[in-house]
Every structure is written in C-alpha cells, then in structure tokens.
Ligand binder design. Structure first.
Ligand SMILES: O=C(O)[C@H](O)[C@@H](O)[C@H](O)[C@H](O)COP(=O)(O)O
Length: 324
C-alpha cells in the first residue's frame, strides 16, 4: 500500500522506515527539508508541502500525521481537510487529546473524509520491535488500512497466547486494536500513559528507598550499601515486577550507577494530566496515577512555595526553626 506521512521526527521517520521495510510506499513531508531528504535517501518519495504530498498519492489516500499534539497537529489536520477528497483517510498517530478527535472527525466527515485517531506506543524502539497501536474511528477505514497496521505492529512474536481468547479479534494478538469510534484510540492511549506514569513512579520510588538504605541517619548496624544495578538485574529474572520499564532501569543503572547523567527534571506531554482530568470528570479514584503526575511537577522545583508556607506555619505554632 502507500501512505503519506507528515512529520519525520523520532517517531514519524521510524514509522516510515518500518513501513518501507515491509514493502509499502511512503510519501514523506516535514517542514525541515533535511529530514525529507534523509528519508528520500532511504527510499521514501519526498513531498515539498502538504498539497504536493496529497498530489503524489493515488486515491483513496491515507495520510498519517505524526507531529507533537496540539497546535502543530491541529493545523496539519485542518490543512489536510482542505486537500483530501471523499473516501480518503486522515490519521493522527501522535499523542493527541481524545476529545479533539471527536471534533476533528465530525468536521472531516462532513467532507466525506474519514479520520482515525491512533495511540502509538513503543517509542524509539518501535522500528525494531514494532508499535502497539490503539485505533479509534470507522471500521471500514480501519479494515482498508489493515496492511499498514499489520506492518507497524509487532506481530504475535513469542508472547504466549492468553487462554480463553478464542473467538475474539485476532488483530489484538498481533499488536493492534480497533478500540471503538473516534476518540477511543487516543482515550485508550491516554489511560496507557497514565498507567505508565504510575508504574514509572513506583519503580523510581523503590530505587530511591534502596539508594538511601545506607543513610547516615540510620543506626550503623541497620545501614545497607546495596548495589542498585544488580538488584534491578535480578528482578528482571522471574520476579513479579519484571517489565520493560524495569529492563530500561537496569540498563540505565548498569551504565551509570548514580544516574549522574540525569538532573531529575521530569517532563510531561499531557497524557498524564488528561488521565487525571478524566478521573475527576468520572469521579473514579486514581490516587496512584494522580500522585505520579504531581511527582513530576514537583521534580521541576528545587524548593516549593508550599514548603516555605509549611515552615512558616511550623514556626508560627511551635517556634520550630528550619535546619541551618
Ligand atoms: O507509549 C509510549 O511509547 C510512550 O508513552 C510515548 O508515547 C512517549 O514516550 C510519551 O509521550 C511520553 O510521555 P510524557 O512526556 O508525558 O512522559
């Protein structure tokens, strides 16, 4: 098949590569001409702009937008709405907000253009491992693009089959899910990322406790000097907390045991905030995921004003001084 790809960053370029390796034709555009040239050297058809990209595709077309969520994606999808024809499909494969998808799908539907929102998990490893895809939108468009999704997804690999799945959608076991109508793909990805925050935070706090097991505040005989890299490694082998996140932690600790290459300023791209908003909207208690999000906010402040207010109150009611 052929696919137009808009946005050739870390994710977009690798998606193009994985598709080309599977024999698909990719027409590629990025506002950075160097990125387009680099991918053209690997076999992609270069496009000069969005209109050129649409011209170079045969109808019915499919164009995958892989840009940062928010304004960049919004503009690209709106521009495609003016360029695509009835029967074509526009895709947002980035980390978009699911309610935006419902609005965009409605606008495109009025022009006869289908829209798919796809949560794409796998990060920079997706090229080699494949991407886990969570797709929202009309089934006919999802079916038509099946060869694209099959090529991007990891495939069954050597993951043992889950018992009692007979009669269920086999695409899921190959790594892609048609989650429901527009919005459902990015909704599922949003919750995936909320869980990601929580799991990451749990691992991070555990290793912080291990690191401080030798704290001079403890009685000497209770101080432990633990090898964090070895603990992470042994937990990868048969323990209950084995996971890819733990694999990545073990690799980072083996390379740099004190993680000196990291300041600990942890960013966030929106999915964790939307997860917490959803928890509030539906009154679903999600304390672990919420705490994980707030831990990231806290990571960006050396000292918070809240801490100063705490100290001021302690001093006020008890005359307590801050340690010098
Ligand atoms: O499933 C994935 O592959 C990741 O979730 C991926 O989508 C990305 O790494 C996140 O966008 C990071 O999100 P934060 O910037 O919010 O940590």
């Amino acid at each position: 098949m052929e696919l137009g790809l808009v946005g050739l960053g870390r994710m977009g370029a690798n998606i193009a590569r994985r598709l080309m390796r599977a024999g698909h034709r990719v027409v590629a555009f990025d506002r950075d001409p160097k990125a387009v040239q680099a991918l053209a050297a690997e076999g992609a058809a270069p496009a000069a702009d969005l209109a050129d990209l649409v011209r170079r595709l045969a109808a019915p077309r499919a164009v995958w937008v892989m840009l940062p969520a928010g304004e960049a994606t919004e503009q690209a999808i709106a521009a495609l709405g003016g360029l695509l024809a009835p029967g074509d499909v526009a895709i947002d494969g980035g980390n978009g907000f699911w309610k935006d998808d419902i609005r965009r799908a409605r606008a495109l539907r009025a022009k006869g253009v289908d829209y798919l929102d796809i949560g794409t998990s796998g990060g920079v490893w997706g090229l080699a491992r494949g991407y886990c895809l969570m797709i929202g939108g009309p089934e006919a468009a999802v079916r038509r693009l099946d060869p694209i999704f099959a090529a991007l997804a990891p495939g069954p690999g050597d993951i043992p089959r889950t018992p009692h799945r007979e009669g269920r959608d086999p695409r899921v076991e190959r790594g892609y899910l048609h989650a429901g109508p527009n919005g459902a793909g990015h909704f599922v990805k949003m919750i995936h990322n909320g869980i990601e925050y929580g799991m990451m935070q749990a691992i991070a706090e555990g290793f912080d406790l291990l690191r401080h097991a030798g704290s001079p505040e403890l009685p000497e005989e209770e101080r432990l000097a633990l090898d964090l890299a070895d603990i992470a490694e042994v937990w990868r082998r048969g323990s209950v907390v084995t996971s890819w996140l733990l694999d990545l932690t073990a690799a980072a600790l083996a390379e740099d045991p004190a993680l000196e290459g990291f300041s600990g300023h942890v960013g966030d791209s929106g999915e964790g905030r939307w997860t917490v908003q959803q928890a509030v909207e539906t009154a679903v208690p999600a304390p672990a995921l919420t705490a994980a999000l707030y831990a990231r906010f806290r990571s960006r402040r050396e000292r918070s004003f809240a801490d100063q207010v705490l100290s001021a109150m302690r001093k006020g009611f008890g005359g307590h001084q801050e340690p010098r």
